[in-house]
Design a protein around this ligand. Sequence first.
Ligand SMILES: [Fe+2]
Ligand SMILES: [Fe+2]
Length: 297
Amino acid sequence: MKAERHALVEDTLGEIENLPTLPHIVVQLLDKMHEKNPKIEELADLIMTDQVLTTQMISLVNSAFWGLNREVTSIRESVVYLGLRQVENLIYSVSLTNTFEQDAPLLKRVRFWEHSFGVALCSRLIAQRLRYPDEEMAYLAGLLHDIGEVILALYLHPVFKKVVEKVVDEKISFCAAEEAILGFNHTDVGSWLVSRWKLPPGLSAVISHHHNIQEATQDPLLVGMVRMADLICLYHKLDFGIAESESVIPEILSTWQYLGGTFPKLQKIKMKPFLQEFNQQIELVKGMVRAVYTVDV
Ligand SMILES: [Fe+2]
Ligand SMILES: [Fe+2]
């Protein structure tokens, strides 16, 4: 099923020449990190060959968004203090915003990244609360869950325009509008892209199922947490500027119920205060993204 849908995406997008690739430095860094015994010093030296990446990483890691309780002043210190997985997520956070730095006519990059960083942060917080064993995977899956949407907006703009019109005119979801116009949706595009970039297969599975969590077979808890984070951000109006008309509350309730069934620890948490905990985080995200782009919205 997934292969068939990826083939459809490939037919439509595979020929586009300027489709983004992961920056070369990021590919080198990820290769180095995934070596059997990565050497911290070599890794830090490699990061520091890229001045822009270095500066942005130091500034992001010291922002309130990242939430450290001490200041980190060098790349070496960050690698030692944060560990490889957090450094990997820092690299993704900085390099992805750089890769997709242009506005699409109907999708402002600031709004898109507010939503994506919001979902990343909320996914990590939910993972912490539920003691899910891989918080960093939750962050990365949240960051990338809608990456297919930005690909459609930037590289299939006339089609994306029709999708937005359909969402607004017919009051339907993005997925439904994309499916009707393209025969596939942004979850297929995102999972196809991360497979093409050779990112971990678990990520592709989360992206594929974030709008149909009941069908997820691989790590359904992670998929459910990312969707919950997605809904929390939509509830707090951290959307990407074109709101779907449906209320998110019924889906928050059903996702909460689904997660509670899969993960009994959730049943001990009261939903309303849990949702309100994120109020503060939303402002952190907005502040951080606006600081990264320093533009008027
Ligand atoms: Fe989505
Ligand atoms: Fe989303």
